[in-house]
Design a binder for this molecule. Structure first.
Ligand SMILES: Nc1ncnc2c1ncn2[C@@H]1O[C@H](COP(=O)(O)OP(=O)(O)OP(=O)(O)O)[C@@H](O)[C@H]1O
Ligand SMILES: [Mg+2]
Length: 152
């Protein structure tokens, strides 16, 4: 499922639609270059889960857990992680089943933590519009789910 998103606000709303529909155990993999909008999508997911505190880029702490929403929201920035071993060191799998986990820069690193994941690929075009590609792996998200999340 592919959609063009023209503003940060619309990007946040896309994230909110993910958060609104999230269940315990969900894994969302956010990919895209610097400034593509990964954190904005994570902020929307947090909003959809009812997280009140600010969802900011966790770059310097790598992972942050927000516990004030409908489900725990684990927000990870894997940018500085060296590889699979360091992902394992975070012990994300201990929280995964009870939480909603979103991982910036998670492509190729965290997919194996779960049977199913939602991948959100963000590509910033020259005109600043973001091309967003939603891909579901596993049984969790249907095509209809993706269409609703895309806003189409
Ligand atoms: N669709 C959009 N159109 C225009 N601006 C956007 C859009 N989405 C996000 N932005 C803006 O792009 C900037 C960077 O977004 P964000 O911090 O979410 O990127 P990021 O992918 O998390 O970057 P990093 O790799 O540094 O973590 C923010 O100022 C945000 O408001
Ligand atoms: Mg970010």
């Amino acid at each position: 499922m592919r959609v063009a998103i023209a503003s940060a606000e619309a990007m946040r709303e896309l994230g909110r639609r993910i958060g609104d529909r999230s269940r315990a155990g969900d894994l969302v993999v956010l990919t895209g270059l610097l400034g593509a909008g990964k954190t904005v999508v994570a902020q929307g997911i947090g909003a959809g889960l009812g997280v009140a505190g600010p969802v900011t880029s966790p770059t310097f702490v790598i992972a942050r857990v927000h516990r004030d929403g409908r489900l725990p929201f684990v927000h990870v920035d894997a940018y500085r992680l060296g590889g699979i071993d360091e992902v394992d060191d975070l012990d994300l799998d201990t929280e995964l089943a009870e939480s909603v986990t979103a991982v910036e820069w998670g492509g190729g690193l965290v997919e194996r933590l779960s049977d199913a994941h939602l991948r959100v690929d963000l590509d910033r075009r020259d005109d600043d519009v973001r091309d967003v590609v939603l891909t579901a792996t596993g049984e969790r998200w249907t095509r209809d789910d993706l269409a609703v999340i895309a806003g189409s």
